[in-house]
Design a protein. Structure first.
Length: 169
C-alpha cells in the first residue's frame, strides 16, 4: 500500500517536472532543469557507492570473516572433551548458519557475475526504459541481499562470541 502510494507520488512529481520543463514559464523551466541536474548528481553518487561496495565485496570482505569463524569452530571442536553437550549443539547450529551464509554469499557473487555490462547506445535507437528499470531493480535486490547478509553475519559473530565465552568457562 505504502509502496504504491510512493510510486504514484513519484510519478506525479516527475509528471509535474516534465510539464513545467515543456510548458512552464521560464522560472519553472529553470527550476525543472535544476531538479533534473540534482537527480543526475544523485544517480551518479548512488552509482559510485554501488561500485565501492562491489569492490569491497569482490575483495572478499565477507569471505575472511567466514574463514575466521570456521577456524574458531574447529578450535572449539578440538577441545570438545572439556565442553558440555549444550555447547556442542550450539556449535553445530552455528556451523549450519555459517554454511548457509557461505551458500548465500556464493549465490550473491554468482548473481553479480551474471550482470551484463551495459551496451553502448546506438544513434537513433531509443533507450529501453523497461530493461533499465529491470536492471535497476536487480541491482537494488542485490544490494538488499548484501545488506541482509551483513546483518546475518553480524548476528552470527555475536552468537559465536557468546558461544566461545561459554566454552571458555
Amino acid at each position: 500500500m505504502i509502496g504504491t502510494l510512493l510510486k504514484w507520488g513519484g510519478l506525479l512529481v516527475i509528471g509535474i517536472l516534465i510539464y513545467n520543463f515543456m510548458f512552464g514559464s521560464s522560472e519553472e523551466k529553470d527550476n525543472s532543469r535544476k531538479v533534473f541536474g540534482e537527480m543526475r548528481t544523485l544517480v551518479v553518487s548512488v552509482g559510485n557507492l554501488m561500485k565501492s561496495e562491489r569492490s569491497k565485496f569482490d575483495a572478499g570482505k565477507y569471505d575472511k570473516v567466514l574463514e575466521k569463524l570456521g577456524g574458531a569452530y574447529r578450535a572449539v571442536r578440538e577441545r570438545a572433551q572439556y565442553v558440555d553437550e549444550n555447547v556442542l549443539r550450539r556449535l553445530d547450529d552455528l556451523e549450519k548458519r555459517k554454511t548457509a551464509l557461505e551458500t548465500e554469499l556464493q549465490s550473491i557473487e554468482d548473481a553479480d557475475q551474471a550482470v551484463v555490462a551495459p551496451q553502448p547506445a546506438k544513434k537513433g535507437v531509443k533507450k529501453d526504459t523497461k530493461a533499465e528499470e529491470q536492471k535497476a531493480a536487480k541491482a537494488a535486490d542485490q544490494q538488499r541481499r548484501k545488506e541482509e547478509l551483513q546483518r546475518e553475519l553480524e548476528a552470527l559473530l555475536r552468537d559465536s562470541d557468546a558461544l566461545l565465552e561459554a566454552a571458555q568457562k
